[in-house]
Design a protein around this ligand. Structure first.
Ligand code: ADP
Length: 162
């Protein structure tokens, strides 16, 4: 049986914290699908196409990882992709409430799907896409927080004033 896992998120944009979770989980499963949520309600800085492209570029060396966007309910998407596992990352206690709710909601919709949590790498425990955007928007240096390609895209975005 092929073990397929889905790692869903906004990835607006992908950070080194996300990338660490992707690397580590790609070693545990036959296939890892990174799924970019299209929810416009979150008012993302990057379009879903841009977010997918950045993820594809920075995971190009991982042969069992693929990225695509999705909308609708995560539980439905996971089943459609014949996956059985959802991966989420945990940084601090503050992540717990939301992650707990999400995992229970998925379970309610499909009891065959398991949500698994991966603890952040201590180096990235403070890192989030929002922090990265905040730093980049004021012209701060995001080196070491995101892959170089993402740093470049951020620079471009904020130079153009969105
Ligand atoms: P969402 O909007 O769905 O929370 P994010 O793109 O912010 O999407 O995050 C996707 C997942 O990655 C979440 O489970 C989040 O907790 C996790 N994550 C984000 N940043 C880190 C990090 N630095 N270390 C570990 N996990 C992280």
């Amino acid at each position: 049986m092929m073990l397929i896992a889905v790692y869903p998120g906004s990835f607006d944009p992908v950070t080194n914290g996300h990338l660490d979770i992707i690397h580590r989980s790609s070693r545990l499963f036959d296939r890892l699908i990174v799924a970019v949520g299209r929810q416009v309600s979150k008012n993302p800085l990057f379009s879903s196409e841009e977010r997918v492209e950045m993820l594809q570029a920075v995971t190009a060396d991982l042969s069992n990882v693929e990225t695509e966007s999705f909308d609708g309910l995560l539980a439905h998407y996971v089943r459609k992709r014949e996956a059985a596992i959802v991966i989420r990352g945990l940084r601090a206690i503050s992540d717990f409430d939301y992650e707990f709710q999400l995992a229970l909601a998925i379970k309610k919709l499909d009891e065959n799907i398991e949500t698994m949590f991966m603890m952040t790498n201590s180096e990235y425990s403070f890192l989030s896409s929002s922090i990265v955007k905040e730093i980049a928007s004021y012209g701060g240096c995001v080196q070491g927080l995101v892959p170089p390609l993402v740093a470049e895209k951020l620079r471009h975005k904020y130079q153009k004033g969105h």
